[in-house]
Design a protein around this ligand. Structure first.
Ligand code: SF4
Ligand code: SF4
Ligand code: FES
Length: 318
C-alpha cells in the first residue's frame, strides 16, 4: 500500500516555526505506526526524533497523533489507520505547543501535576510479611481498569481545560487519584480528595467533554473516574460549599422537586449573590421560555417514579 505521510518537524533549539516533511512509503500489512517512525529515521532522515521503549503498549512513551487522533505508535496498526483515514496520513506529536524535537514533547507540566495527587500507595505495610497483602476481589473490582494507566499523556494533551487553565491537574492525575482513593489499603483517601476538590485545579473544573476518554489508548475512561471522585468527595464529607458543589446539589434538588430541571433555580442556588452577573443571559433565556417564574414551573407527569429512582440510586447524602 502506498501512503503519503506528512510528518511534523521542529527543533526548539534552532527553529522558530515547525514545518512538515512529505514522505511517500510502501506500507506493509503487518506494520504499526512505530515501524513507520523507525523507517523515517532509518531510511529518510537520521535526525528525526521520537520516543519509544517497550514496543508492547506498556511504557507509554510512543504516544503520537495520526490525523489528529491520539494513539500509541507501537500499538496502532497501519492497516487500521489507512482504513480510517485513507492513504494520506499526518503524524504529529501529542502536543505541538510542547514539542521539543519532532515527536518528542516536554512533559514537565504533566508530571508536575501528576505528582500533586501523590501517585503512590500510602499504607502501613509490613515490609517482610509472612503472606501477600491481598485485596479481596470485591474491593479490587472497585479499582476497575484505573491501574492500567501507562502515563502516556494522551488524555492530558487532549483536554481543552488543560489548555485554558494552567492550574487544572487534568484527567491523568485524576485517574491516578481515583486509583488510590478506591484502594482499601490506602490511608490518604481524604488528603487526595481534598487535593482534587480545590476549585481551579480539581475535578469540579472538568467540562465533561469526554475528549480524555476518546483519546485514551488503554480505554481507561478518565471522565468516569472523575465522576466517581465527585461522589467520593461528598461521601467522605470533604466537599466545601462553593459554586461547583452547590451546582451538583442544586441539580438533584431540582429534579427531585419537579422531575425536570429548573434552570433558573439551579443558577440561583449555585451562584447565590453571584447570580447578578448572569442577569443578561437570564433575561434572554426567560424571553425564550428556557427559564420560567417559580410558580409557573411545570412538573414531570412521572414525578413519583423519578423521586423513587432518585431515592434508590442515591448513594451520596448532600
Ligand atoms: S472530560 Fe473533563 S478531564 Fe476529560 S477532557 Fe473533558 S474537560 Fe478534560
Ligand atoms: S488515562 Fe489513558 S490516556 Fe491518560 S495517561 Fe493514562 S493511559 Fe494515557
Ligand atoms: S513503545 Fe512503549 S507504549 Fe509504545
Amino acid at each position: 500500500m502506498k501512503v503519503t505521510f506528512k510528518v511534523f518537524r521542529f527543533n526548539a533549539e534552532t527553529d522558530y516555526l515547525p514545518h512538515y516533511d512529505t514522505i511517500e512509503m510502501d506500507v506493509k500489512e503487518d506494520e504499526v505506526v512505530l515501524d513507520i517512525l523507525n523507517r523515517i529515521k532509518w531510511e529518510h532522515d537520521g535526525s528525526f526524533s521520537y520516543r519509544r521503549s517497550c514496543r508492547h503498549g506498556i511504557c507509554g512513551s510512543c504516544a503520537v497523533k495520526v490525523n489528529g487522533r491520539s494513539t500509541l505508535a507501537c500499538k496502532e496498526r497501519m492497516v487500521d489507520m489507512i482504513e480510517l483515514f485513507g492513504n494520506e496520513l499526518t503524524i504529529e506529536p501529542v502536543s505541538k505547543k510542547r514539542a521539543v524535537k519532532d515527536m518528542v514533547v516536554d512533559k514537565a507540566d504533566f508530571w508536575k501535576k501528576y505528582e500533586t495527587v501523590k501517585p503512590w500507595l500510602e499504607a502501613e505495610i509490613d515490609e517482610h510479611p509472612a503472606m501477600e497483602n491481598i485485596i479481596p476481589p470485591k474491593e479490587a473490582e472497585k479499582l476497575e481498569e484505573a491501574d492500567y494507566c501507562i502515563q502516556c499523556g494522551c488524555c492530558y494533551y487532549a483536554c481543552p481545560v488543560v489548555e485554558v487553565n494552567e492550574d487544572y491537574l487534568g484527567p491523568a492525575a485524576f485517574e491516578k487519584a481515583y486509583r488510590f482513593t478506591a484502594d482499601v489499603r490506602d490511608n490518604a483517601k481524604k488528603e487526595r480528595l481534598e487535593i482534587v476538590d480545590i476549585l481551579g485545579q480539581g475535578v469540579w473544573d472538568c467540562v465533561k467533554c469526554y475528549e480524555c476518554a476518546e483519546a485514551c489508548p488503554k480505554e481507561i475512561d478518565p471522565i468516569g473516574k472523575i465522576t466517581k471522585l465527585h461522589n467520593q468527595i461528598f461521601e467522605e464529607g470533604v466537599a466545601k460549599s462553593n459554586v461547583a458543589t452547590r451546582h451538583a446539589v442544586g441539580f438533584k434538588r431540582s429534579i427531585k422537586k419537579h422531575g425536570i430541571l429548573d434552570e433558573g433555580d439551579l443558577v440561583l442556588y449555585s451562584e447565590g449573590f453571584g447570580v447578578v452577573k448572569h442577569m443578561h443571559e437570564a433575561f434572554e433565556m426567560f424571553k425564550k421560555g428556557k427559564i420560567v417564574l417559580p410558580w409557573n414551573m411545570p412538573k414531570s407527569k412521572n414525578l413519583d417514579e423519578i423521586q423513587k429512582l432518585i431515592k434508590s440510586s442515591s448513594t451520596v447524602k448532600f
